[in-house]
Ligand binder design. Structure first.
Ligand SMILES: Nc1ncnc2c1ncn2[C@@H]1O[C@H](COP(=O)(O)OP(=O)(O)O)[C@@H](O)[C@H]1O
Ligand SMILES: [Mg+2]
Length: 373
């Protein structure tokens, strides 16, 4: 049965992803409640109600579960027990087991291996002498709580492994071969209970220092490869019994597709859908978790590019937004965060173009022209 407006949608996490989802929900006439311990969380100002409490606060969870028909999440690390508690009184999508799998790189890799989905060669490091047999150079990644390249160390050879593991706090880690990459792609796929799915056009992603820098759509790769990426992502969503929006990060290495990681939520590399797809990834999230028919995902323009605006851009003062606003084919997004720390995602720019090359060049050029007044 569809959860229709004006039912309430609950959101665990109040960052920019939650903020956009709640804008989409409010546009469709849903009530919205967000739980985030930060009183200045970006989604707090959008929601009808902001519960300022810890993610495992029983009273806040019970209030969220009692007032909302469905609860979803916008970040990787809500406690699984919180999702289970909510599930007693509300629909929780994606469910606790799926979120738990995506929270832990080792659980995620084991799931992908069972599903016979190719990944980079990897092994487990959880104790001082663990030396899995992978090729070097390799990357050591903490199993939990890593994001934007945090919680990772380069490892040049087996002799450097233990020091890297100690630097990461002696926690469970995955050691992964560093692959030569032809490209990085992502697929954002919506799926609702019953199995209907829809993927957005495949995105081409460029990272700088482990953080997404530029996304270009359509991806400048072979059409058959892009189609295979979409099928792979849909197969993963099916196998997980996923309900909501799933982002699948992929490597192309030696012409082959490998899955890097999964995010059980809308994704930074899908922000372009706000401005250049029939419906956005956030509209799709609301539709999917409410059991409504999925919306159309195709591009409404020939090509689009998105560049992130990180806190580093503020090093000399507030950037000159007039430059961005003066471009009729660009759209400025700022998330309303007060503190522009280096590496912090403060906003993004989307630029439409006649070709992928043109859109990418315009987006990079426009960002480079943003200088403090
Ligand atoms: N095995 C690998 N081989 C080559 N590059 C990698 C590998 N793992 C990660 N990277 C690079 O680092 C980026 C961030 O790594 P990722 O595992 O996606 O962590 P995060 O959770 O921080 O996004 C990737 O998008 C890619 O550019
Ligand atoms: Mg990643």
């Amino acid at each position: 049965m569809t959860i229709a407006p004006p039912a309430a949608i609950g959101m665990l996490g109040g960052g920019q992803l939650g903020r956009y989802a709640l804008v989409a929900a409010r546009t469709m006439g849903y009530r919205t409640v967000v739980l985030d311990p930060d009183p200045s969380a970006p989604a707090g100002r959008i929601a009808d109600e902001h519960l300022v409490a810890a993610y495992d606060d029983p009273a806040a969870l019970d209030h969220l579960g009692a007032t909302c028909a469905v609860v979803t999440t916008e970040f990787e690390n809500p406690p699984a027990e919180s999702l289970q508690r909510l599930a007693a009184t509300a629909v929780v999508a994606p469910d606790a087991a799926v979120v738990a799998t995506a929270q832990d790189r080792l659980a995620e890799k084991a799931f992908l291996r069972r599903a016979e989905v190719p990944t980079a060669p990897y092994g487990t490091v959880e104790a001082a002498g663990d030396r899995p047999t992978v090729g070097y150079p390799a990357i050591l990644k903490t199993a939990r709580l890593g994001y934007d390249g945090k919680g990772q160390r380069d490892v040049d050879g087996p002799d450097d492994l233990e020091a890297a593991w100690r630097e990461l706090g002696e926690v469970r880690c995955v050691l992964e071969e560093r692959l030569p990459l032809d490209a990085e792609l992502s697929v954002i796929v919506g799926r609702r209970a019953g199995g209907q799915w829809a993927a957005f056009p495949v995105a081409e992603n460029h990272h700088v220092g482990g953080i997404l820098d530029l996304t270009v759509v359509p991806a400048r790769v072979d059409a058959a490869l892009a189609a295979a990426a979409a099928e792979l992502a849909a197969g993963i969503a099916d196998r997980l019994g996923f309900v909501g929006v799933l982002a699948v990060e992929l490597f192309v290495s030696g012409g082959r597709l490998l899955v890097n990681e999964l995010a059980p939520r809308p994704h930074n590399s899908g922000h372009w859908t706000l401005d250049a797809a029939v419906i956005s990834q956030f509209d799709q999230q609301v539709r999917a978790i409410c059991g409504a028919a999925l919306g159309a995902t195709e591009l409404t323009v020939p090509a689009v590019a998105m560049v992130n605006l990180l806190g580093d851009l503020w090093s000399g003062g507030e950037p000159d937004w007039d430059v961005a606003l003066a471009d009729a084919r660009a759209r400025l997004h700022l998330y309303g965060k007060a503190m522009p720390r280096p590496g912090r995602k403060m906003g993004h720019l989307t630029v439409l173009g006649p070709t992928a090359d043109d859109a990418a060049a315009s987006a990079l050029g426009l960002r480079a022209a943003l200088r403090p007044r």
